[in-house]
Ligand binder design. Structure first.
Ligand code: FAD
Length: 475
């Protein structure tokens, strides 16, 4: 007899409730991963996330081997493969940690249904969040939709309590290991897009090291500097958290032990809020939470979409962000806000087109966080920025990249421009441009829109939505 542990977005040994419980079951443990992009519905992982996943699985396999075990790899769908595996290893139980994306919930139900019919016991654990299902309802039974209220209530719940589960020091192997596909043959990822492999090191050890480095070096400055993309202040833990290479409880408890960590803990709680919203409003990855935005007159001409994607809009901070994303699979939060505002408000392109592009490019592409981030910026989500608050990309650049170091790093053709012009090269005198070797329209584009006119157009579109209720063409 044995038990199977179905691993998904919990690719770690430390503080992994399902793995820990299985290790205590007193029987052989078969850790398994099922590669099943079809189980993810319309949001199968994009190339950057697939690259991360492949590296992370390699790392987890090695970690499991160190404790006398192994990671069994199979090709999905999970509802077919897990019952077969359970039968092969005569499993008495299958353990897993819950996921909350709508398609994952449906997959869990299908797996559960089949296993129950076979008489296999199920144990679903909670390991992905600080506050588990059931939390987040107001006194009248409706969900929190304002972050500060959610946050206040969350703190009263004492999130992240309890001692994290230790990583098992040994897992009892089965008498005979079931067949496993070689990682490379699953076809998860073949190439590392851009600079991914020189930027990141996926895996649990690297996640724990990143947390330690951040707590030593960035956390104390986080509150004051977290909005400056040119400074190395944020944790960059997002892909590790997304794939569950580190538990949010370990992150929270480690950070909370340091004085002045409140601004960081607050950001971690945004992740909880995002999952809380996704669980209560599972349609939001496709539909705006605020119904009236179904009638928003998005621009049907999306020819500027590729210009935005390539980072050639002529707005340096927007272009820097889009190029950082393309090269590294990640973008600083402040810049995510700026580029998303530019797409949805200056170009009036549907937020879903932006969310889709991020989904393909981000190593931390996360359905809950991405949906919240896009809907918040577009004005159509919970606790969203009011529509009329439209970021001016030039002012944002000057405020949050005051010395231009972020732009210089990602838009090297502007490197020679002095500080006053780095975020507005179109205002520089010809001699300044000449000295910096910048030729607008040739080496770097002219701005594709006039921000002030774009702002007026966005406000007019908002008015139109509110007054006339016009239909929304979806991308
Ligand atoms: P830190 O500032 O160090 O924060 C620590 C952790 O807290 C993050 O790793 C993340 O898990 C969580 N967190 C921080 N800010 C937020 C936030 N605003 N919303 C939700 N969780 C947060 N985050 C993703 O993980 N995946 C996405 O696909 C994603 N898409 C986004 C799209 C848009 C348009 C916007 C505006 C934001 C998006 N975010 C997304 C949220 C945020 O930008 C990233 O979590 C953050 O930049 C990751 O960097 P970090 O780990 O250094 O964050």
């Amino acid at each position: 007899m044995s038990v199977v542990v179905w691993l998904r977005h919990d690719l770690r040994l430390h503080d992994n409730p399902a793995l820990y419980a299985a290790s205590m079951a007193g029987t052989a443990v078969v850790p398994a991963f099922v590669w099943a992009p079809e189980d993810e519905g319309p949001w199968a992982p994009g190339p950057a996330a697939r690259w991360w996943l492949q590296q992370s699985l390699r790392s987890l396999s090695a970690d499991l081997e160190r404790i006398g075990s192994k990671l069994v790899l199979r090709r999905g769908p999970a509802a077919r493969v897990l019952p077969t595996l359970a039968h092969e290893v005569q499993a008495e139980a299958v353990y897993w940690n819950r996921r909350y994306e709508p398609a994952s919930v449906a997959t869990e139900r299908a797996v559960e249904h089949k296993l129950r019919k076979m008489g296999v016991r199920l144990e679903a654990h909670d390991g992905a969040l600080l506050l588990e299902p059931g939390f987040g309802l107001r006194g009248d039974g409706t969900p929190y939709r304002v972050f500060t209220h959610f946050y206040r209530a969350a703190l009263q719940e004492h999130p992240a309590v309890g001692t994290p589960h230790l990583a098992p020091s040994r897992l009892q192997p089965p008498d005979r290991w079931p067949a496993s596909e070689p990682l490379e043959s699953l076809g998860i990822a073949r190439v590392a897009p851009g600079l991914l492999s020189s930027t990141w090191q996926p895996g649990e050890r690297s996640a724990l090291r990143r947390l330690e480095e951040f707590v030593t070096d960035g956390l104390a400055r986080y509150g004051a500097e977290r909005d400056y993309p040119g400074r190395n202040t944020v944790s960059r833990l997002s892909p590790h958290l997304h794939f569950g290479e580190i538990s949010p409880r370990i992150v929270w408890q480690t950070a909370a032990s340091v004085q002045g960590s409140e601004p960081f803990l607050r950001q971690l709680m945004w992740r909880e809020f995002a999952y809380h919203l996704l669980r209560r409003y599972p349609e939001t990855p496709q539909e705006p939470l605020l119904e009236e935005y179904r009638r928003f007159p998005w621009c049907s001409d999306t020819s500027f979409l590729s210009v935005w994607q390539e980072g050639t809009t002529g707005f340096p901070i927007v272009d820097a962000g889009m190029r950082e994303l393309a090269a590294t699979g990640w973008m600083h939060n402040r810049v995510r806000l700026i580029v998303a505002s530019f797409l949805t408000k200056d170009l009036l392109i549907h937020w879903l087109s932006g969310a889709r592009h991020f989904w393909e490019r981000l190593v931390d592409a996360d359905l809950a966080n991405n949906t919240l981030g896009w809907q918040w910026t577009a004005g159509c989500g919970a606790d969203a920025a009011p529509y009329f608050r439209i970021f001016n990309p030039t002012i944002q650049g000057m405020r949050f990249d005051p010395d231009g170091s972020y732009v210089r790093a990602w838009v090297p053709e502007l490197k020679g421009l002095p500080v006053p012009w780095i975020h507005q090269p179109w205002l520089a005198a010809p001699a300044v441009l000449e000295a910096a070797n910048v030729h607008l329209g040739k080496t770097y584009p002219e701005p594709i829109v006039d921000h002030h006119q774009a702002r007026e157009a966005a406000l007019a579109a908002y008015d139109q939505m509110r007054r006339r209720g016009s239909r929304t063409p979806l991308p």
